[in-house]
Structure formats: structure tokens, C-alpha cells
Design a protein around this ligand. Structure first.
Ligand code: ATP
Length: 905
């Protein structure tokens, strides 16, 4: 970083990475242990602006509008418009150009809407930072950071601004976003050479990079556009396009289709002129009509909007999609692997049992409120009767990073719920947090990580005596203990007795946590893993914490099971606890469970075989998650995996849909995930799956609705050419039909609610094409019905001696009214719609129909429309026949559905 690029200028000419940390603090005018004051921070915010990267450069509106014309079909239409004009059909040509422009406007508006919907969703994922201000550590939105702010970093965090590090503890940062190097860099406080390259400036932490390990503190030296990442503008231009693999496939298919249709139109032209003796000019118009009729111009816009509406609906149900392809994958999910704590359970922990060397002590009270007492064997227990409770409370209180605040009579937890429960326990045991922390200040800590499953802290009293407190998973802690503390002092550990007590607590679904302590030799001011692992601890207690399942998770699990989706719990907790919670969640009476250690003994093939009918993986770590995802995928499953930690990132990336927790999840996990849960709730995953299925259904419905119109109109022209008849419909009229169905009827399908049985049918196979043979049949079948109706009514009117214009008007209206009735059919692929819900279930459908009828009245009777489109007024009899045809079409399709249902039964 050069001096002038940094938001806060330093007096020394050297860049921040080459200066001593103290010097940087001094230059930035900030006190290391107090941080900035609020007024100072406000001043600086005004001066340096928000800590936000400039928004990605978007295509301008003009370019976006022009791009709407960049499409083979539009080129064809434009050429056709020019030739039509040269042939002297000025009105037809004008209509063609007009419709092309209107189509572009529709596409432009819909795309804009879809994009702003997605932008709004992305903004829901704001970044927070832990900052020291006015002497207090607080959580602030990263946008409000200013140069001089002291920021705390922990593993999993995304660095919120460019920082000069002033403290590090095994801090490792992955800077791929900046340098492209995916190996994490070990960071240190010491200044580095002035000329060091970006990747070698280990005394700095740069905005947007990820902390993969350890902790650190740094002072903000640059924010927003002044940061290193802010200056790499190329990166920021990478805007995600509104597409998914499926839509790309469709677009490619559309190209091929366009050329094929042009080929067919050319052949039809040759056949018409050479065999049927049509005049070349007339036949050219017919061929253009055929091409225009057959190509579904409106489809891409409908697909995009359906996708955007789906993503919005998911966000309303607390599932924020970060990558659009996930929407598609969600629809075909077969297995959901979920964390337990906080996702399936409420994460409101309360210590209910204290297992001591003298027996089990029950704890009363609920939640974090410190009201409650102790009892043993049904008898209330005074604190004096059980002095070990005080030791337990002290260890629980000091080996703890959480904080409980009393706000408006409610206890609010800041930190890990497991630790919050321990604070409450300590207060119930009569201890005062402030006093204990003052008497035994903490000198060092090994923070809790899921990998090692314990936390240790080193404390010294004011006489120099040291103590190490240890808490963690019982197997881990017990193996480091050589004795236990009871009423009679230190006693040997009777492994069987402890095990029996723990088994019984775990079988009730309780989460177990052991606490222990050890004196430490004088003069030690830091603890290392090795020292802790030397053992020699005295076990104080094993605590049983209740964490009941969430009610909505129980329901969601049932919904998933009925939808043919298996739910697997992957947890760091004990196997017995996990099994009990699994049963409470309704995962089955005899759920099969396995531990991470067992997973390790299996090779790839054995794991693939075992993973199928094992529903619970306990004491599992992030590496196991990755192996499990791979094994499930090898079985052909489509896997959702949830996660929150830094080390979950590989599994989240590997899963078909990686899901990160919005609240307790680290930025690293969110970055790796396709979807983020705003409420960390399993029920939201199930809701997203349901929405995913709905979006996929609605995409299919849009296609199944639109394509018959194309077949119908193209078929009519083809039929006319084949038999040498007058054209029943003109190119301008065809464009009108396609445009008006796309903006009214088809659009209504994007808002279609999920079908009633959407979560009762098995997942769609990912290999299944969008258009199954059944759907192709439905499209062709309805297309042919429209040909029959349109052609039939055209000939009927002609036979009645009506003008060509009136006959064509009848044909166009027949196709559109047929579509109106068919729209009801499409609302369900197989179920009958001949009921209240079928007709009135989607108000957008009714609105769209009203709009369509209104525009058809204009199309038929308005003199201007009559001149433009060559239409003429038709009489009531003609309308009667048109509606009769529409009604008949609907009944025929319903009859076909009924037949299908009978056959499948
Ligand atoms: P998941 O969220 O994946 O379902 P989990 O949250 O239950 O799992 P971890 O947080 O990895 O799993 O916890 C595993 C074990 O580590 C717990 O059963 C508990 O014994 C212990 N443990 C949990 N939190 C702490 C902590 N803050 N300090 C010490 N030990 C802890």
C-alpha cells in the first residue's frame, strides 16, 4: 500500500506494513485499549466515507436495452420486417418493428425487476465486525468502520477493511480474493520490508480475505475503495448473470430450434411457390409467419422472472440464495445433511444435571435467567452441603467467553449458548462474575474448536499461583483427568460409574460437557496444546445441558421424509445425545448412528455402502462432512449440507447445495455456501426445497403453456400451405398472440403456488430432462387441438361468407381463448382443476385473463387495431363458438389427465 492510497495519511513516508504497529496506532490517533470515541468515529466516517466497495459496474440501461435485440430471432424478424417493407406491405412491416420494440421493452423491464429483486436479497447479507470503541468491544456493521478503528479477528471471519495487525495468535489468513493464492498465510505483528509484495506483507490483513485459523487484532488503515481490494476494479465487475445451467441449456436449445424453424420455413416457402403456386410475396409473408409463430420469443423472459420470483419467495422464508443454480438443485434434493445444535435444536441451553463424584445433582430453572437451585435425590441442596458446586461454577465461569446482559428484564446472551448456560449455572452456584474474573484474571486461552472439542484457560491469582481450567467433550476431558473432586477431596475416577451416569443423561438428549482444573507451575504465562495434553487434571463435573428440538424442525423433518428426502444429522455431540434428539425429531424409532471415529475406519467403498442407511453421524468433524458428501454423491444422491465453521467450507462447496448459517455461521462458511439461512433453522432448508420444487414446476408449466401456442399457429400455416388455402393468420397477428400471451397469461404462472402434493412426491431425478415424454405429449396434443380449433373456426367463418379479416380475427381469438382455458389446465400437471381452487386459486391468473379479454376486445373492435392487424369485428355467434371451443379444449385436457390418473393407479 502506498501512502497516498491509504485513507489515513501517516507522517512517516513508509507504508503501514513497514512501520511498527505502535507507530501506526500513533499516526492514526488511536488508543490501543480504548479504540476511537464515538464522536471521533463519526467525524472520520464523514471524512472518509462508508467502508463499502463501489458497487459493481453494471451495464448501462441503453446497452441493456440494445442487448435485448441481440438474438437470432430478432435478427430474423428485423430482416423480415425490411423485406416486407420492400414488398410494399408497409403496415405489416410497421407492426413487425413495433412488436420487436415492445418485446425488447418487456424483456428490459422484466430483467430489471428480476435483477433488483436479487440485489435486495444480496443486501440482506451484510457483514459485521467486532470493534473496540469507547473502551468496549462491540459488534458493528462493517460499513461503519473508519481508519483508526481497532478490529478483532477470529477464525472464519472475513477481514472487513485493510488492517495493520497489532496482535496475532496463530493467525492465518487466506488471501485468494486478493492474490489468487489459496494457501493461507501466517500473519505476524512485526513490520516487513517496505518493498514486500502484497502476499508477503504478513503484518497486514486485507479487506475481503478470510481468517482460516487463530485470532488477531488490527487497526484499520484503509476502508472502502481505498483498500487493496477496492482498487482491483476488474474483480468487482464480475456480476452474476441471471441464469442457471438449465436456462443456459434452454437458450442453447433455443438457438438450434430457431435455425431448424428457419429451415422448415424455407422449405415451406419453396413448397408453396413451386407446388402450390402461391405468389412469392404472399408466400414470403407466410414463411415469415411460420417462423415467427414457431419461435417462443417470450419464453426466456418468463423463465428469468420465474426464477427471480422463486428466489424472492425463498428469501421471505429465510433462505437467502447466493448462487442461482442452487434454486434448480434444491428442486431435486434427495438428502439433507444437517447440523444439530441450533439448526435442528433451539440452541437455548440450560444446565439440568451436574454429574459429580458424589452423585447426580439436578438443577432447576429454565433459560438464561439465574433463578433456580440444586437438588439431589429429590431433596433440595443448600450450597454449603455441596462445596464442589462452587469449584464447578468457577471453572464454568472463567473458562468462558460468553456474556449475559440483563436488558429490560430479559437476559440476552452474547456468545455461545453452551457457554451462556454455564454462566447461568455459576450464578446459581452463588458466584459473581466480575469478582471471580478480578480475583483470577485470565492470562492465556486455547479457544474452543470443533476439531479438538475443548477449551482451556490459564489464570493467575495475585500471589502468582496459576490454574488451568479445562472444559470440553467428556471423552476428551476425562482422558486428561487423573482424579475427580468430591466431598472427601480428590478421589480416583471410577470410569464405570461416570459412564453410566453420562449414558443416562445422554439418553435423555442432553449435551454433555466436562469441566476440570489443574494447578500450574509458577512462572508459566502461556498454555500450549502439549501442556494441556500432558493431563493431570482433576475432574470437577460432567454437566448435562438440555437443548430441545425446535418444534418447526420436527414438522419439517416429517415433511422431508414424506417428500422422499432423507434427513441426516451430522453433529459434534455425543452419539447417545444425538440418537435421543434424532428420536425426538421423528427421524425414526431405531435410527442408525455412527461416530466420526467409525467413519475413519471405513475406506471409500465401505463408507459409500454404510452411508445409505445411517442417519446420524456423531462426534463428527468437518473432514468427515466432506467424506460423507462425497460418499452420498457417489450413490447418486443430490446433497444439501449445512455448516457454520471455517472448516465446513470444503464440504459446503462440494455439496450440491451448501447451506451456511446466517447468524452463527462464519463468513468463510457463507462465502462457500450457495444459500444462507437467515434464521439458522432447519425448517427454512425444508422450505427452500419446497420453493425449489415449485420454481422447477413453474418453469415447466410456463413451457408447457407457451409451446402449444407456437405449435398451434405454426401448424395452422403449415396446414394452409399444404392444402393451398388462404393464410388463416398473418405474421403481425402471430406476433400479437405471442406477445400478449407472454405478458399476461404465461406471466401469471410465475406466481403459481406450489401444488398441494409438492412435498409428497419423490424428488425429481437430476438426470430427468425438463421436457419429459409426458410433457412433450401434452404440448403436442394441445398444440394440435389449437390447430383444429383455429383452422376449424377460420374455415367456418369463411364458409359462412364472412370476410377474410373476420375469419382471421376468429382464428386468432380461438387460439387465445383456447389458451385462456388451457391456462387453468396447466395449473396442475395431473390433478383435476375442475374445482374452486382450480379456477380461483391464483388471483394472477384471473387478473391476466381479464387483461387478455380486454386487449382482445380492443384487437377486434378498435379501428386502429383493425388497420394495424388487419382484423374485423365478429358477431356474438362467432364468440359463442370460440368460447365453446375453449371450454371443450379444457374438458378434453382434463379427460386426458383423468385417464392418466386412472392408468397410474
Ligand atoms: P453441530 O452444531 O455440528 O450439531 P455441536 O455444536 O453439538 O454440533 P460442537 O460445537 O462441535 O458440536 O461440540 C461438540 C462437543 O464439544 C459438545 O458436545 C461439547 O461437549 C463440547 N463443546 C461444545 N461447545 C463447547 C465450548 N464452548 N467449550 C468447550 N467445549 C464445548
Amino acid at each position: 500500500m502506498t501512502k497516498d492510497s491509504s485513507a489515513a495519511a501517516t507522517a512517516d513516508a513508509r507504508p503501514h506494513h513497514a512501520l511498527d504497529a505502535e507507530m501506526v496506532l500513533e499516526h492514526l490517533g488511536v488508543e490501543r485499549h480504548a479504540g476511537l470515541t464515538r464522536p471521533e468515529a463519526e467525524l472520520r466516517l464523514e471524512r472518509f466515507g462508508q467502508n463499502a466497495l463501489p458497487p459493481p459496474r453494471r451495464r448501462g440501461p441503453l446497452l441493456r436495452f440494445l442487448l435485448q435485440f441481440h438474438n437470432v430471432l430478432i435478427y430474423v424478424l428485423l430482416v423480415a420486417g425490411v423485406i416486407t417493407a420492400l414488398l410494399g406491405h408497409l403496415i405489416d412491416s410497421g407492426v413487425i418493428f413495433g412488436v420487436v420494440v415492445i418485446n425488447a421493452i418487456i424483456g428490459f423491464v422484466q430483467e430489471g425487476k428480476a435483477e433488483s429483486a436479487l440485489d435486495a436479497i444480496r443486501n440482506m447479507l451484510s457483514l459485521n465486525a467486532q470493534v473496540l470503541r469507547e473502551g468496549h468491544r462491540q459488534e458493528l456493521e462493517a460499513v461503519s468502520l473508519v481508519p483508526g478503528d481497532i478490529v478483532f479477528l477470529a477464525s472464519g471471519d472475513k477481514v472487513p477493511a485493510d488492517l495493520r495487525l497489532i496482535e496475532t495468535r496463530s493467525l492465518r489468513i487466506e488471501e485468494a480474493a486478493l492474490t489468487g493464492e489459496s494457501l493461507a498465510v501466517e500473519k505476524r505483528v512485526a513490520a516487513v520490508d517496505e518493498a514486500a509484495a502484497l502476499g508477503d506483507r504478513v503484518s497486514m490483513a486485507y479487506s475481503s480475505t478470510l481468517v482460516t485459523y487463530g485470532q488477531g487484532v488490527g487497526v484499520v488503515v484503509a476502508t472502502g475503495a481505498q483498500t487493496e481490494i477496492g482498487r482491483i476494479s476488474t474483480m468487482l465487475n464480475a456480476v452474476e448473470t441471471l441464469t442457471t445451467p438449465l436456462l443456459r441449456q434452454l437458450a442453447a436449445f433455443g438457438q438450434v430450434l430457431t435455425w431448424a424453424i428457419l429451415g422448415i420455413a424455407a422449405v415451406a416457402y419453396g413448397f408453396g411457390v413451386l407446388v402450390r403456386d402461391y405468389a412469392p410475396g404472399e408466400m414470403f409473408l407466410a414463411a415469415v409467419g411460420l417462423a415467427v409463430a414457431a419461435i417462443p420469443e417470450g419464453l426466456p423472459a418468463i423463465m428469468t422472472i420465474t426464477l427471480a420470483i422463486g428466489v424472492q419467495a425463498m428469501a421471505r422464508r429465510h433462505a437467502i440464495v447466493r448462487r442461482l443454480p442452487a434454486v434448480e438443485a434444491l428442486g431435486s434434493v434427495t438428502v439433507i445433511c444437517s447440523d444439530k445444535t441450533g439448526t435442528l435444536t433451539r440452541n437455548e441451553m440450560t444446565v439440568q444435571q451436574v454429574l459429580t463424584a458424589d452423585g447426580v445433582v439436578e438443577v432447576s430453572g429454565a433459560g438464561y435467567a439465574p433463578q433456580g437451585g440444586f437438588s439431589a435425590a429429590g431433596q433440595e441442596l443448600a450450597l454449603a452441603e455441596c462445596p464442589v458446586l462452587e469449584d464447578i461454577g468457577r471453572a464454568a465461569l472463567l473458562c468462558n467467553d460468553a456474556n449475559l446482559l440483563l436488558e429490560d428484564g430479559h437476559w440476552r446472551l452474547v456468545g455461545d449458548p453452551t457457554e451462556g448456560a454455564l454462566l447461568t449455572l455459576a450464578t446459581k452456584a452463588g458466584l459473581d462474575g466480575a469478582f471471580e474474573r478480578e480475583a483470577l484474571p485470565r492470562t492465556d486461552v486455547i479457544p474452543f474448536e470443533s476439531e479438538h472439542r475443548f477449551m482451556a484457560t490459564l489464570h493467575h491469582d495475585h500471589q502468582g499461583g496459576g490454574r488451568v481450567f479445562l472444559k470440553g467433550a467428556p471423552e476428551r476431558v476425562l482422558s486428561l483427568c487423573s482424579s475427580a473432586r468430591g466431598m472427601q477431596g480428590e478421589v480416583p475416577i471410577d470410569a464405570d460409574v461416570w459412564q453410566a451416569a453420562m449414558d443416562s443423561a445422554a439418553a435423555q438428549g442432553m449435551r454433555l460437557l466436562a469441566v476440570a482444573e489443574r494447578a500450574c507451575v509458577d512462572g508459566v504465562s502461556a498454555i500450549s496444546f502439549d501442556e494441556v495434553e500432558q493431563g493431570g487434571f482433576c475432574l470437577l463435573a460432567v454437566l448435562g445441558l438440555s437443548d430441545p428440538p425446535r418444534d418447526e424442525a420436527v414438522k419439517a423433518v416429517a415433511r422431508c421424509l414424506s417428500a422422499g428426502i432423507r434427513v441426516k444429522m451430522i453433529t459434534g455431540d455425543h452419539i447417545a445425545t444425538a440418537r435421543a434428539i434424532g428420536q425426538q425429531l421423528g427421524m425414526g424409532e431405531q435410527v442408525r448412528a455412527m461416530t466420526g471415529a467409525e467413519v475413519e475406519t471405513l475406506d471409500e467403498q465401505a463408507l459409500i455402502a454404510a452411508v445409505g442407511d445411517t442417519d446420524i453421524f456423531a462426534r463428527a468433524s468437518p473432514e468427515h462432512k466432506l467424506r460423507l458428501v462425497e460418499a452420498l454423491q457417489a450413490r447418486g444422491e443430490v446433497v444439501v449440507m449445512t455448516g457454520d465453521g471455517v472448516n465446513d467450507a470444503p464440504a459446503l462447496k462440494r455439496a450440491d447445495v451448501g447451506v451456511a448459517m446466517g447468524r452463527k455461521g462464519t463468513e468463510a462458511a457463507k462465502e462457500a455456501a450457495e444459500m444462507v439461512l437467515a434464521d439458522d433453522n432447519f425448517a427454512s432448508v425444508a422450505a427452500a426445497v419446497e420453493e425449489g420444487r415449485r420454481v422447477y414446476d413453474n418453469l415447466k408449466k410456463a413451457i408447457v403453456f407457451i409451446l402449444p401456442t407456437n405449435i398451434g399457429q405454426a401448424g395452422m400455416i403449415f396446414f394452409a400451405v399444404l392444402f393451398g388455402l388462404t393464410m388463416p393468420i398473418t405474421p403481425a397477428q402471430i406476433l400479437w398472440v405471442n406477445m400478449i400471451t407472454a405478458v399476461t397469461l404465461a406471466l401469471a404462472l410465475a406466481f403459481e403456488a406450489p401444488e398441494r402434493n409438492i412435498m409428497q412426491r419423490p424428488p425429481r431425478s437430476p438426470a430427468e430432462p425438463l421436457l419429459t415424454p409426458f410433457l412433450i405429449w401434452r404440448i403436442v396434443f394441445v398444440g394440435l387441438l389449437l390447430v383444429a380449433g383455429g383452422m376449424g373456426l377460420f374455415l367456418w367463418e369463411t364458409a359462412r361468407g364472412e370476410s377474410l379479416e373476420a375469419a382471421r380475427t376468429a382464428a386468432v381469438n380461438a387460439v387465445l381463448i383456447g389458451e385462456v382455458f388451457y391456462l387453468f389446465n396447466v395449473r396442475s400437471f395431473r390433478d383435476s382443476i375442475l374445482n374452486r381452487e382450480g379456477f380461483f386459486g391464483n388471483r394472477y391468473v384471473l387478473l391476466a385473463i381479464a387483461l387478455l379479454l380486454l386487449s382482445q376486445a380492443c384487437f377486434t373492435y378498435l379501428p386502429l387495431a383493425q388497420t394495424l392487424f388487419g382484423t374485423a369485428a365478429i358477431d356474438a355467434d362467432a364468440w359463442l363458438r370460440i368460447f365453446a371451443f375453449g371450454g371443450l379444449l379444457m374438458l378434453v385436457v382434463e379427460a386426458e389427465k383423468a385417464l392418466l390418473r386412472m392408468r397410474s393407479r
